[in-house]
Design a protein around this ligand. Sequence first.
Ligand code: HEC
Length: 87
Amino acid sequence: MSYDQDLAPIFATDCVSCHRAGNARGGYAMDSYAAVMTMVTPGSASSHLVTSTRSGGSMYRYFSGDAASKSELVRRWVVENNAAQAR
Ligand code: HEC
């Protein structure tokens, strides 16, 4: 699993419309790895990115398609994969 191959495409489709340089809602841009990482502590399930995208979190509703799988992918990427950028 990696940011470049697995997470960036999801963020581009579902999140970047409101979270990008020049239009960063909540002060959070998600259009680069470095920007995404400002809400991530590698290995930590308490990371804002994880808590806001889990079921019941404020951003969960924005996942298109299979939200449950996307939510779980984000959690695993941060907690188990230490938010790796590349494979
Ligand atoms: C329609 C606009 C919109 C979309 C789409 C959107 N967000 Fe947000 N996001 C916001 C706004 C507004 C805030 C700040 C207010 C709030 O926290 O609700 C925010 C805040 C956040 C925060 C900070 C939460 C915190 O705990 O401080 C994170 C992380 C986040 N969004 C992640 C995401 C992710 C991941 C996606 C894609 C699945 C996403 N957002 C999609 C509008 C959006």
